[in-house]
Design a protein around this ligand. Structure first.
Ligand code: PEP
Length: 253
């Protein structure tokens, strides 16, 4: 059975104290996770140790980094290596978020290197893909996303690819309050799964969790997560509000 995931992306928000309070407020509220369901918190790097400590006894709840470097170690001032993440016990890392692609010029090829080093070190990449508004308006979103997958993921073996979580995040829906309709999300998720099936096989495609991201909130999560190819969400703004994020966790089907 595919994993269903409610993943919070705090981005560059909150102080340490605010982050601790938010985690406390979320984990103290009742939420029931089925066997195949997980909650992931992608939080700022300086708070990873705090979050690991706080969540260490919580089953099915994991900490993610928001980025890592493609090299093991060395003269890369300010960067974070997978060894550093592993030494903290971090399980997941978000890769290729549209903000990193746009503001830090992360290319598909560079992301392929990051995917490799994560997998080599048993860290699960949450690989983000998704088209800008102009591409959606031109109707070429499938080709755009297919190229992102091909150039960053399709060098992997099927066994490796199965360890990757994909997050489809249409850029026009991130932080804009403009959510893709559940039909638009399902259509793209089905396309991604079909694309993986064509490049690999149906078994591999069916094993991969594909999350939707882009203005997910408590009010739309049930509808989005009820789509057959939507396996949960990557949530920015709404993950900073405890009641909202708990409702999103509880919307996992
Ligand atoms: C995100 O940060 O990945 C995201 C989808 O943000 P938001 O939920 O605020 O649109």
């Amino acid at each position: 059975m595919r994993k269903q995931i409610a993943a919070a992306n705090w981005k560059m928000n909150l102080t340490l104290q605010q982050g601790e309070q938010l985690l406390d407020d979320i984990i103290s509220q009742p939420h029931s996770l089925k066997e195949n369901q997980q909650v992931v918190f992608a939080i700022p790097a300086p708070y990873l140790a705090m979050a690991q400590q706080k969540l260490r006894n919580k089953e099915q709840v994991f900490v993610a980094a928001q980025n890592c470097h493609s090299k093991k170690s060395g003269a890369y001032t300010g960067e974070i290596s997978v060894d550093m993440l592993s030494s903290l016990g971090v399980h997941y890392v978000v890769l290729g978020h549209s903000e990193r692609r746009e503001y830090f010029n992360e290319s598909n090829a560079f992301l392929a290197e990051k995917v490799n080093i994560c997998l080599e070190n048993n860290i699960t990449p949450i690989f983000c893909c998704g088209e800008p508004l102009a591409v959606r308006e031109a109707g070429t979103q499938n080709e755009y996303v297919a190229l992102q997958l091909k150039e960053s993921l399709y060098h992997l073996t099927a066994d490796q690819l199965r360890k990757v979580v994909i997050a489809y995040e249409p850029i026009w829906a991130i932080g804009t309050g403009k959510t893709a309709s559940s039909a638009q999300a399902q259509e793209m998720h089905a396309f991604i799964r079909g694309n993986i099936a064509a490049a690999y096989n149906a078994e591999t495609a069916n094993a991969i969790s594909i999350l939707y991201g882009g203005s997910v909130k408590a009010a739309n999560a049930v509808e989005l997560f009820s789509q057959p190819d939507v396996d949960g969400g990557l949530v920015g703004g709404a993950s900073l509000v405890a009641d909202e994020f708990v409702a999103i966790i509880n919307a996992l089907q």
